[in-house]
Design a protein around this ligand. Structure first.
Ligand code: SAM
Length: 227
């Protein structure tokens, strides 16, 4: 019998935007992950490596099952948890995932060797700004889960790489509500990130070129599609 695994802790629980008890409910009541992927999740939790929270996992599983993507691009592999989760939900898809951190890359390689049974995942090492210029073809889903200040800079290239009916998803766009705080009241060290996010919102909201939808999952998930 496959053991199920319950999420017990996540760094995002400390700065919830949605009522904590509802976040807890979304995480505890819905279907739990099972199988090998739970080993990767458990490692991430034990070692404080940020990965997408459970409600976002379930949303991706639903989206991938509906969209049946052929190719997925991810910026921000970390140890490969979200890439492996997507490979399970889209067993026919090729998944290209990018990371620049050597420690994460080493751990991701181990995990992919062990758990990417269908050899769906291609790990590209380097800064996404550079790797994005080298990619060819189109992607049905582009998931950004990396440095938030750069989302706006990655957007033009991501749009070139996006298939006609494809969707871009960007994680952690609420910044625990800091996006509502005037920029000069934000800690200096956080301002570049906050400025980047605000430039992104200025670009994509109220722009006839895009359809957008913000989902209050985890620390906020922004979906962008060509209109
Ligand atoms: C939040 S973690 C990704 C978690 C992963 N998506 C998951 O849920 O399993 C963010 C990762 O993005 C990587 N990263 C940040 N900025 C990057 C950039 N400009 N290019 C490539 N990787 C980047 C970091 O090294 C880190 O491993």
């Amino acid at each position: 019998m496959v053991e199920t695994y319950k999420r017990t802790s996540n760094p995002m629980m400390n700065r919830p935007v949605v009522k904590p008890e509802l976040v807890e409910w979304m995480r505890e009541s819905q279907t739990q992950l099972s199988g090998e992927i739970t080993n990767v999740l458990e490692f991430a939790q034990t070692n404080n490596i940020p990965v997408i929270p459970h409600e976002t996992v379930l949303y991706f599983q639903m989206l991938l099952s509906l969209m049946r993507p052929q190719r997925i691009l991810e910026i921000g592999t970390a140890i490969g948890f979200s890439a492996l989760m997507m490979s399970e939900s889209a067993p026919n898809a090729e998944i290209v995932t990018i990371d620049r951190n050597p420690e994460m890359i080493a751990l991701a390689k181990e995990n992919l060797k062990q758990y990417d049974h269908r050899k769906q995942i291609i790990l590209k090492e380097g800064d996404a700004a550079e790797v994005l210029t080298e990619l060819t073809g189109t992607f049905d889903i582009i998931f950004m889960d990396s440095a938030k200040s750069k989302y706006v800079e990655f957007l033009p290239r991501a749009l070139e790489l996006l298939s006609d009916n494809g969707v871009i998803l960007m994680d952690d766009i609420f910044q625990a509500g800091e996006i509502l705080v005037p920029i000069m009241e934000i800690k200096r060290s956080q301002r570049a990130l906050e400025r980047g996010l605000r430039r992104l919102f200025d670009e994509v909201f109220n722009n006839p070129k895009y359809m957008t939808s913000v989902l209050p999952l985890g620390d906020g998930l922004l979906m962008i599609k060509k209109a």
